[in-house]
Design a protein around this ligand. Sequence first.
Ligand code: CP
Length: 318
Amino acid sequence: MKNFLSVNDVSDVQGLVDEALRMKAHPQNSKIGAGKKLGLIFMNPSLRTRVSSQAAALNLGMEVIVLNTSGDSWQLEFEEGAIMNGKSAEHVKEAAAVMGQYFDVLGVRTFPSLQNREDDYSEKVLYAFVKYAGIPIVSLESATLHPLQSLADAITIYENSVSINNRNPRVVLMWAPHIKPLPQSVPNSFAQWMNAWGKVDFVISHPQGYELDKQFSQNAPVINDQEEALKDADFIYVKNWSSVNDYGKILPVEENWMLTNKKLKLTNKAKVMHCLPVRRNLVLSDEVLESEASLVIEEAGNRVWAAQAVLSSILKNG
Ligand code: CP
């Protein structure tokens, strides 16, 4: 693997899931990263991605340096030909190239503005690092995708599907309410991975107006009736996202889409997933999060093995 920006960088999704599970069973079997350095640039907050990536790199023998650009570094400019007489003190052309001098692999987290769809969906920040750093780039969540999260999600679904025989598990990506407009990165990425994996019966459920971009959701069936979508579900992947068409906006929704234990009774004893952080009793109820149905902690734990499998694959590529 050269870069890890989306599922399109993965030649065999099941092979990567299997590799991650081998690492989960034997975390320190390989020290392929000995003598190598991983840089992690965070332009936005993170708990899981920040720590799981470091833990994964340490397991492989890598050294890690984390840079938080919000307070610790110069504000970066990304526009080509910009006259830099505003707040930005350094262009990504120099900043990324300098990072490329210090590290063997570079992870980048960059959220969307949610102001300008064309800008966000062009992934100009992430691709600037790919272009100018000259070393492999790992997305730590970009404007449109969160592939390390999706790989951890696939691992979690695979591990929890052992009792389902002779059919693919039914996995429902389900919209949930929120008070703030959130990116579409996690649902876009989850849809892209489920479609590419091909090992699940994948359905998307959301209120009218919250359609995802077809380049990620492809031909996955969409069910706008929440109760209908819950029927026969084996996994419910709960996530809020803001509107794509009315870009970055929260649209009015009459029904309360928060998942409750009562709604879970409509499913096939479904397991519940969420990438975290989650706002309790807004996105998911206490009762669901604290029930046996919840996989959220296990899912977050699998972030280490996802990152380790990806870093190992990049290091093997040389
Ligand atoms: N799920 C996830 O990426 O969590 P963080 O934002 O805390 O890294």
